[in-house]
Design a protein around this ligand. Sequence first.
Ligand code: AP5
Length: 222
Amino acid sequence: KDHEPLKVMISGAPASGKGTQCELIVKHHNLVHVSAGDLLRAEVSAGTENGIRAKEYMTKGQLVPDEIVVNMVKERLRKPDAQKNGWLLDGYPRSKSQADAIEAAGLRPDVFILLEVPDNVLIERVVGRRLDPVTGKIYHLKFSPPETKEISERLTQRFDDTEEQAKLRLRTHSQNVDAVLESYIDVLKRIDGNRPKEEVFQDINSLLVALLPDEVEASIGS
Ligand code: AP5
């Protein structure tokens, strides 16, 4: 049945599990996952002018300037697939000005999910994180180890995933989070992210299912 596509924002400190939860959300809800960090890393890998500039900020754990990030995200959300299937925006907005920019473009979420995880846990998650360049899947050496030896041998690490850099990212996050939350206080849902990823997902899924019309809700279940 036709229904208004869901529009979801997910936010939280570095390594709070945004990307991990997005993998699970997409599997169940078929939303278009738009990750500001992934879009930026794609520019960095491609060696574009924006990518070269962005990397300077990313290695220092600072916010990349709005003139690079804002249009990149807006353009992605306006593409037909995101308009048709709904979107799941991860890692944006990260400042009041980014929130204002997206609001001015008429892009407002049905729900704003905030993953809450204590700082000491975050650092351990960053340091053990690995990525599969073939599938894009996120792993953790201790908490979510690769399924096979073949995968384990091809895993890579992000250029900004040292303990030092994670601490800088965490500081940037703490400085900006309150201003962003203010813009979404009416749709804000706080989720305890310091639990196994399946448990975290169950809570998120219940929130999303409750936003669907009754007939769709019945077909997906909670
Ligand atoms: P971005 O890529 O968004 O990085 P981040 O916010 O630091 O978040 P992460 O990707 O590190 O973590 P995550 O929450 O996705 O956690 P994950 O699921 O991987 O941004 C990078 C940089 O780009 C920024 O510093 C900035 O410079 C720039 N940037 C991005 N957006 C911007 C914007 N809007 N404006 C300006 N600049 C911007 O999980 C982490 C690890 O923990 C994994 O190993 C995972 O397996 C494990 N894990 C996940 N969940 C659990 C669980 N429940 N239990 C145990 N382990 C778990």
